[in-house]
Design a protein around this ligand. Sequence first.
Ligand code: FPP
Length: 246
Amino acid sequence: MQTSLRELPNDLDQNRLPSHVAVIMDGNGRWAKRRGLPRIMGHRQGVDALKNLLRCCNDWGIQALTAYAFSTENWKRPAEEVDFLMTLFERVLERELQEMMAENVRIQFVGNLIALPRSLQDQIDKSMTTTQSNTGIQFTVATNYGGRQEILQAVRAIAIQVQQGKLQPDEINEELFSRHLYTANLSDPDLLIRTSGEMRLSNFLLWQMAYGELYITDTLWPDFDRKEFHQALCAYQKRDRRFGKI
Ligand code: FPP
């Protein structure tokens, strides 16, 4: 019998859990609008949903969680919303650092971080350095991230090595290419969850999702809770992952 929420529900097979779960946290704005609240309230609530999912993944023994917090296209949103999100990321990081240490979480940020506000970059550096020796879940936050941009920066880095004669073109294989992506230290996601019903990758982990399973739910991100995650894992465990084989 399952005795607490922190234990893996007994209809899930511990040996067939995804090692790496990725999430596109969509629907914060709609969640707020439905309640007659400003969009930013949806983002605030979205942070709580993300914290709960991180804790749940940690409790249930999932090794890596990657969340899409801000895409390279999100700069096109109204300036007040962008500013709010940047400040929110910074405050949340500052506020949650002790908790991440207590829960043994290792956090990293991926994306074009240079373009972020200086004070946010400093907070990112601090959280990554402080948690780097933790041995629990690897939590990756994609911020100012774009999958195509990530691939292009890898191509450029590899091209420079070829130009300098350090690498032969026929030495470029999938393994080498993966090592030049922001996610070099991670296995590819086994499961990508997208909330609020949209059926797109939206430039997230384009290379890494070649064989990843997609789970799309109509639930808006702030309402995505342990019960919803449990359902996603049940659906995942019913999939037949063939990786191109028969
Ligand atoms: C998409 O919903 C959500 C975002 C662009 C922001 C997600 C960010 C968080 C939940 C905060 C995470 C915080 C940290 C520190 C990692 P939307 O605004 O596109 O919603 P809509 O589609 O309903 O308009």
